[in-house]
Every structure is written in C-alpha cells, then in structure tokens.
Design a protein around this ligand. Structure first.
Ligand code: HEM
Length: 257
C-alpha cells in the first residue's frame, strides 16, 4: 500500500467531512440511542431513493473499466433490503407513502447524472455509502434496534449484509479493487472531489430530514404557541416560505407516520 493509493487518498480527502457527517443531529440521535421510529422511517425513504439511483447507475455501467472492479451487487446491493424494511415500517402500501426532502432528490439526480455522463465518478459514491455501511453503519443498526425496542431484526435488513462474512476483510478487498482502477490525474482529482460532495449530499439529506421532522413536531404544538415561537424567529419572507413548506409537509401526511 502506498499513499498514492486511491483508497488512502479518498479516506484522507473525506476525513474532515466524515466528522461533520457524524455530527449531524440525526447521526447524533443514532449514536445516543435516541433514534425514533419517525426518524428511522423518513431515513429509510431517503435511503431507498439514494440506493435505487446508485444501484441503477452501477448496473447500467457494470462493465465500465472504472466500475467493474468495484461492482459487487450480490454482496452490497441495498435496494431489496430497504424494500423489506419499508414494508415492515410503512406497510404493504409503502410505495405510495414514501416522503423525501429536496436534498434527497438532488443527491439522486446527481447519481443518475454521473451514471449517464461520468461513470468513472461512481466509485466515489459507492465508496461513501457502502464502506460507510460496512463501518459505522454496523453499530448504528444495533443502536437503532435498541432505541426502537425492536424484538427482532425485522425492519433492520438495511444494516445486514448476508453476502459479507467479514466486514473488515471485505473492506480490504474493496480497497484493493478501488486501487486497481486506472484513472488519469484529472479523473483522480475529480473522484476525490466527488467523494467530498457525496458526503455533503448525505449531510444535506440528514439536515433536511431533521428540518422536516422539526416542522412537524412544531405543528403539533398549540397553534398560539407555535405562532408566537415562529414569528419571533423569522422574517416575513422566511415566515411565508416556512408556512408554505409546513402546510405542504402536513399535507403530504407526515402526521400519519
Ligand atoms: C453516527 C455516524 C457515524 C459513525 C459513528 C461512523 C463511524 C465510522 C467508523 C468507526 C469507521 C471506521 C474507520 C476505520 O475503520 O478506519 C467509519 C468509516 C467510514 N465511514 Fe463512517 N460513521 C458515521 C457516519 C458516516 C456517514 C454518514 C458516512 C457517509 C455517508 C460514513 C462513511 C464512512 C466511510 C466511507 C468509511 C470508510 C473509511 C475508509 O476506511 O476509507 N460514515 N465510520
């Protein structure tokens, strides 16, 4: 291994932004074992949009030289696991109950775009999500089970990788495959930048989810209390925008979650 290995460079490039991701409110709730069912449900919805876009892009480019070495659909794909979890938490009609914030749409849009135009950047996104899921993600699954007092692992398929017997060994293999991808100097720079962006997309999704939930819990307050609290915090423009978003959020039925 040498410092010019892509796996080492990408880890170094995303070290700081990883820390920021860990310190988002949603991730802090996870780490403190305080994740609620509502938080988990909206997170699953966003993860579903993200992974369907990522995995479609990977499938479409599976024989591309910058994708083939890191294409492990059997071991890593999350789409089906998320479908099972969504059915557990949202019921058989889950497809019509998916709610995702704007940040999730932007992230998915970027994944679809690079799937079509810049497949060599997919490694940045696959690394960010899958190596994350195989690292801190493993602990988060256990914390979620405890926090939501779930008796079984039903609804937690997302965290389980039956095709990976040792996460550490698999991560080693994955890193060596990443390092075997041939990239020009410019492409490598672009991959590193895209990995930082991938973390930013995740942070924005977590922040948007948290905002969406804060709005809903604010709308559960008595109307007078809410009006007083909101007007004291917002300018007229923010207030109008906030009210529109609030009404929309309530309108799409987050209440029922
Ligand atoms: C509660 C939040 C999180 C915790 C506690 C956490 C913790 C960890 C830990 C302990 C590792 C292993 C480090 C190592 O083996 O050297 C790791 C690796 C990683 N995490 Fe996280 N993480 C969190 C959130 C995230 C998020 C939100 C993402 C991205 C969306 C992410 C992406 C990654 C990646 C890509 C790696 C692999 C680093 C590498 O070996 O190159 N993590 N994380």
């Amino acid at each position: 291994m040498c410092y010019s290995d892509l796996s080492e460079q990408i880890k170094a490039a995303t070290l700081e932004v990883h820390e920021r991701a860990e310190n988002t409110q949603l991730m802090i709730c996870f780490q403190k074992g305080q994740i609620t069912r509502t938080q988990y449900k909206v997170l699953l919805c966003s993860l579903y949009e993200i992974y369907t876009s990522l995995e479609e892009a990977m499938d479409r480019n599976s024989s591309h030289p910058a994708v083939a070495p890191i294409y492990f659909p059997q071991e890593l794909d999350r789409t089906e696991a998320l479908e099972r979890d969504l059915e557990v938490f949202l019921g058989p009609q889950w497809r019509s109950r998916l709610i995702v914030p704007a940040a999730t749409h932007r992230y998915a849009q970027r994944l679809r775009q690079i799937g079509k135009e810049r497949p060599e950047l997919l490694v940045a996104h696959a690394y960010t999500r899958y190596l994350g899921d195989l690292s801190g993600g493993q602990v988060l699954g256990k914390l979620a089970q405890k926090a939501m007092r779930l008796d079984s692992a039903d609804g937690l398929s997302f965290f389980s990788f039956p095709g990976v017997s040792s996460a550490n060994r698999f991560k080693q293999l994955y890193r060596s495959r990443m390092n075997s991808i041939e990239l020009s100097a410019q492409q490598r720079t672009d991959v590193l930048r895209e990995a930082v962006d991938a973390f930013h997309f995740n942070i924005q999704v977590f922040d948007d989810l948290q905002k969406m939930l804060t709005m809903t819990s604010a709308s559960e307050e008595k109307p007078k209390e809410r009006a007083e609290r909101v007007t004291s915090l917002m300018s007229p423009v923010q207030l109008t925008l906030g009210l529109c978003v609030g009404l929309l959020t309530v309108g799409i039925g987050l209440y029922n979650y």
